[in-house]
Design a protein around this ligand. Structure first.
Ligand SMILES: Cc1cc2nc3c(=O)[nH]c(=O)nc-3n(C[C@H](O)[C@H](O)[C@H](O)COP(=O)(O)O)c2cc1C
Length: 171
């Protein structure tokens, strides 16, 4: 992978997140790590000055094992993959790291850095430093049909906003 300037990123976030899906990963080899598939999220900018900080927003339900790692760590990564790895993303999005070494059951190879982990097969990796965390709350829904549709069990996501501090693309 080669590092590029975050400002050079060229990505259609709606397509890449919602259609291709991504892995949200937090933790390290030393402290332990976990990953899960996500198809909800945003890429954009907020805060800072002169255009705002480049940021990602992710949404993690309370019952996800990955949440324990995202909560504990200062950094999470977002990994995007070529189409041939979609099956692996399907597996990682339907099995929990609480129950098994699910990553070992896929064709993905973790790459361990001191403060974060990503996957060698990714064609785009965004390293994000947590800036903000807040629960989605029932009272916030202007369109209450979303609450009924997406949260019948009222397991509302926590939202995390992270500054994109590094970006890597496939060579
Ligand atoms: C396509 C797809 C998209 C998903 N998007 C999200 C998401 O945005 N937020 C979330 O909390 N869970 C999402 N999930 C569910 C988690 O990936 C899934 O529950 C996973 O097994 C959690 O693993 P963990 O317990 O090891 O963290 C998605 C699953 C799939 C298959």
């Amino acid at each position: 992978m080669k590092e590029i300037q975050v400002s050079e990123l060229s990505v259609n976030p709606i397509h890449r997140i919602a259609k291709d899906w991504m892995l949200v990963t937090a933790g390290t080899k030393a402290r332990g790590y976990n990953t899960m598939t996500a198809s909800w999220g945003h890429l954009g900018s907020i805060w800072g000055h002169g255009g705002g900080l480049p940021t990602s927003v992710i949404f993690v339900r309370p019952q996800r094992y990955t949440k324990e790692f995202v909560d504990r760590e200062d950094i999470y990564t977002l990994c995007f993959f070529p189409a041939e790895h979609k099956q692996a993303l399907g597996y990682l999005g339907s099995h929990s790291g609480r129950d098994e070494d699910k990553i070992a059951k896929t064709d993905l190879t973790p790459v361990f850095e001191e403060d974060y982990t990503y996957f060698a097969e990714a064609d785009l990796v965004l390293v994000c430093r947590k800036l903000y965390q807040a629960p989605i709350v029932e009272e916030g829904f202007v369109d209450s049909s979303i609450l009924e549709d997406c949260y019948p069990a009222r397991d509302l996501h926590d939202m995390y906003i992270g500054e994109i501090i590094r970006a890597f693309v496939a060579d």
